[in-house]
Every structure is written in structure tokens, then in C-alpha cells.
Design a protein around this ligand. Sequence first.
Ligand SMILES: *Cc1c(COP(=O)(O)O)cnc(C)c1O
Length: 420
Amino acid sequence: MEQVLERAHAQRLDGADPLASFRDRVVIADPDLIYLDGNSLGRLPTSTGERLRAVVAGEWGAALVGSWKDWIELPSRVGDVIGEHLLGALPGEVVVSDSTTVNLYKLAAAALDARPDRRVIVTDDDNFPTDRYVLDGLAAARGLEIRTVTADPTHGPSLADIAGALDTDVALVSFSHVAYRSGALLDLAAVTAAAHEVGALTLWDLSHAAGSVPVALNSAGADLAVGCTYKYLSGGPGAPAFLYVRRDLQAQLRQPIWGWFGQRNQFAMGEHYDPEPDVRSTLTGTPAVLGLAAVDEGARLLADAGIDRLRAKGMALTSLLCELTDAWLAPLGFTVVSPRDPALRGSHLTLHHEQAWAICRALAAEAAVVGDYREPDRLRLGPAPLYTRFVDVWDAADRLRRLIAAGGHLPYAGPRTRVT
Ligand SMILES: *Cc1c(COP(=O)(O)O)cnc(C)c1O
């Protein structure tokens, strides 16, 4: 049997990795640091610095307001790159604009307005907080009911439970494709089909899916989607988010923020709001040009790598981590609380440990391994396939077992910091 537990095995996997050279296309400031948090803030692509310098000096500094003739196309142009290469969307179905939270609000409100005689929103109790809050806020403002499916903490909401929550009172069905905590992958096509059977619209949060798993929005017939660009897409902190509206819905839906960037013939400065008949009607105000340029670089880098290769490597990385956890970390109190079948999870693996908070902090401070902590007792490790090596996963697990065996985490118990 090949020795899975030996470092040489990880080195062999790196030697055969078709994406290995992509590590040179991101900034690695500290080669000793093992960064397993690319699902929270993706590493900086080397080309992004150059691009931003060019935008700042050339487009803003020199060309000034004349640059708007190009900038104005950025939300659609960058959206199309993301849509084509990462989301399975058609040209003209994706734009980049605002934050994921704001996009959720816009699209959820538009969907509810399109189903005025229905009064139920279906989501799950482990959906990302901002998703639950936005949906709760809309329900409170409109006197609607939130029907909450109870998610299994490891496997996410089940298809049977989701189907059980659906009836002809349901206007909107909103889930994450990859669960932020456990990494559980929800069957987007099956849920979409079930929602359509009762006449409801679907709104997907793709924040942990974009760039880690192939998403087939259009072939699944998904209605609406949103997601972050600063995670696997490496667009940078606070980078503007993407949103998707299926082409045949675009002229029917009306989002609630009637801004001038959604206006047909915007610079005619017309008296009344008359939105574009396409996805641009979801735009609001002046786009964040520097952020968009950075998202463009990150999205193109992932497009070069190819989502199928990223997916294959992501499954292999988390599978190696799973095996090392079983062999080395289970005896130290860890359990895998992500689906064990790699086809049923995204590109991160979550471990349960009673001391997860102290361990997460000690791991970064004492062992130069950055993961993140998620309530109540989870250590989330995201080996982003674009730039994480198999030896990084091996070394991280090795450093983790040594840290715990030596009690290195014990001094780190204590109150949570503001950001976990
Ligand atoms: C990270 C994340 C968000 C964050 O939304 P912002 O508006 O960018 O703060 C939303 N939803 C999910 C599922 C996430 O993972």
C-alpha cells in the first residue's frame, strides 16, 4: 500500500499536480506560513498589484474622467468572465455590483414581488447569518413567514426536508450551494427542480462555491444567485460581489433599489426610472472601479486554472486532510464534521474539537498555520486549490498534531476576539 501518511506521498501528488505553477501567480510573502483560509480571503494574485497600479496611475491619474467610457462596462464585463468560467451562466446573466448582502436583498425582494400572492420564504437554520438576517428583514417588512428547514450540522439540509417544506404558498427558496460552516454541497439542480414544481423561485448563495466547485446555474434552470468575490476568487477585501439573473427572468423582475446605473440610457438623466430590460437593471450606483479591476484579475486567474481542475484538486486536498485527520488527529479529540464523500462537499474541511477556539489561535501563533474558527467548536481549514500544495496540507496536519500533543493550545483558551 502506498504510504498515504508519509510526506513523500504529498510530494508525489504535488509533482503530478497540473495546477502547481499557479502558486507562482499569487503573492506568498512568508513561505513558512501555511494559509488554509483562502475560502475567507483569497490570496493576492501577483497580477492584481500591477493592474491596480495601472488603473490608478493611467486610468485615474492620467486619463481622469475620460476613463469612464471603459469603466462603465466593467460590471458586465467582469460578470461575464465569472459567469462563463465559474458559474455555468450565459453572457449577460451576471454582473458585479455592491456586496453579497445587498445583492441578496435586491434579488430576494424582486423575487417576492414577482410572487405577490404567496407568503412563505424557505431557507435553513444553518444558512450564513447575513442570508438569514436579510430574509428575516424582508419577511418582517412584508408580513411573510420564514419556513426554516433544520440543517444537519455536517451534511446540511436534506432534500427530503426541503421538499417537505415546499408547497404553493412558497414564493422564494434560498440556500447556500456550499454551506459556509460544514462545507456540505447542496444539490442545486434537484432543489431548483423541486422549487419550480411548486412555482417558487430559487435564490442561491454561491459564496463558498464560486471558484471551488463547478456551478451549472443555467443548465439547472436556477433563477437567481449571488456570491462573494473575495473568497476563492481572490478579488480582495470588500471586493464587489456578483449576482446572476436567468436571462428570461430579467425583463420581468424589478429590484427595489432604483438607481441611475440601472436606468436605460442613463445619461439622458430622464425624469422617471425606466430600467434596462436586462441584468443591468440590478445595478444601483457608481461601481467601485478599483475593486472591479481586482475582481477581474482574480476571476481571470481562476478561469486560466479551469474550474474542473480546481474541483479535482480541491477534492484531493480535502481528502488527504481527511485521511491525516483520521490517522493523527482523531486520537487527539478531533472529528471531521464535513461530508466524508468529497463529491458532497466544497473545498474546505471542518473539524470539531472541544478546544477549537484555543487551537485555532495557537495554530496561527505557534505553528504558522492559518485556518479559522467557527462557532461553536469548529476549526475550518480551506486549502484553496489554486495555490495550496499537498505538502501544505501534510505539514499543517503534522504541525497541528504536534501542537496538541505538546499542549501548545492550552494557554490560548480565553474570550473570543471580535473577528474569528
Ligand atoms: C462570506 C459570505 C457572505 C458575506 O456577505 P458580504 O455581504 O460580503 O459580507 C454572504 N453569504 C455567504 C454564504 C458567505 O459565505
